[in-house]
Ligand binder design. Structure first.
Ligand code: PEP
Length: 253
């Protein structure tokens, strides 16, 4: 059975007060054990989030692939592991678009993450131009193939992939369940070609892009969608909890 994951990417939002209030509310919420809920605070708050988190896991939004050295402003996988994180988001479209990250850089980060016993959530997704131009399958295939290119099949079995169409992130325009399912199936087939059918059928593939309490259950019910990577809605505790509950409902069926 695949892990059903709801990952809340807080991006560059929050404060010490916000972290305290969110974690307190999440700790008191009563989560279904069947869903893995993970929050991704800004790195400056990781330590305190980990100290406070009881019901959810904590992850980082990014890292650099070297272990230590003269890389001003960066954080290594060993540091992120050292403070107690379990997950890392890599290759988010904002990292790609705003900070110029390419597929090979992302691939090196995936390696460093796995070598430090962290779970990478490798983000892939096409722009609106790619979709309208009919190129989305090729774009996603390249991102998946290069993103996994430095790994053995065994390492790939510890990767989570998130399909996040760029045109759906923060826009309120969610991919339809069928559009999302089509790409998730494509990703699973690609992973099967690269690492074999067993690895592919056990891999969690998350959907991200304007997931909210109203659309989560239908999206998560699709056969190849194993939960979500949630941005804006993860900043509102009730919305995030409702998305986690929607995931738990899907599992019960
Ligand atoms: C994201 O940042 O990964 C994301 C999916 O954002 P949103 O849910 O706000 O579209």
């Amino acid at each position: 059975m695949r892990d059903l994951i709801v990952a809340g990417n807080w991006k560059m939002n929050g404060s010490q007060q916000f972290v305290g209030e969110m974690l307190l509310a999440l700790n008191n919420a009563g989560f279904s054990e069947s869903v893995k809920a993970v929050v991704f605070p800004p790195s400056v708050y990781l330590h305190e989030a980990i100290q406070q988190a009881k019901a959810v896991k904590v992850g980082a939004q990014n890292l650099f692939y070297e272990n230590s050295g003269a890389y001003t402003g960066e954080l290594s996988a060993s540091m992120i592991s050292d403070v107690g994180c379990e997950y890392v988001i890599l290759g988010h479209s904002e990292r790609r678009a705003v900070f110029g990250e390419d597929d090979l850089l992302v691939a090196k980060k995936v390696v460093a993450t796995l070598e430090n016993h962290l779970t990478p959530i490798l983000c892939v997704g096409e722009t609106l131009e790619d979709r309208d131009g009919g190129k989305y399958s090729d774009v996603i295939a390249t991102q998946v193939k290069v993103g996994l290119s430095l790994l053995s099949a065994e390492q790939i079995s510890n990767v989570v992939i998130a399909y996040e169409p760029v045109w759906a992130i923060g826009t309120g325009k969610t991919a339809s369940p069928l559009q999302a399912q089509e790409v998730h199936e494509l990703i699973r087939n690609l992973v099967a070609e690269i690492a074999g059918k067993e690895v592919s059928s056990n891999m969690s593939v998350l959907y991200g892009g304007s997931v909210n309490a109203a659309n989560a259950q239908e999206l998560f019910s699709q056969p190849d969608i194993d939960g979500g990577l949630v941005g804006g809605a993860s900043l509102k505790v009730d919305e995030f909890l409702a998305i986690c509950s929607a995931a738990a409902e899907v599992l019960k069926r």
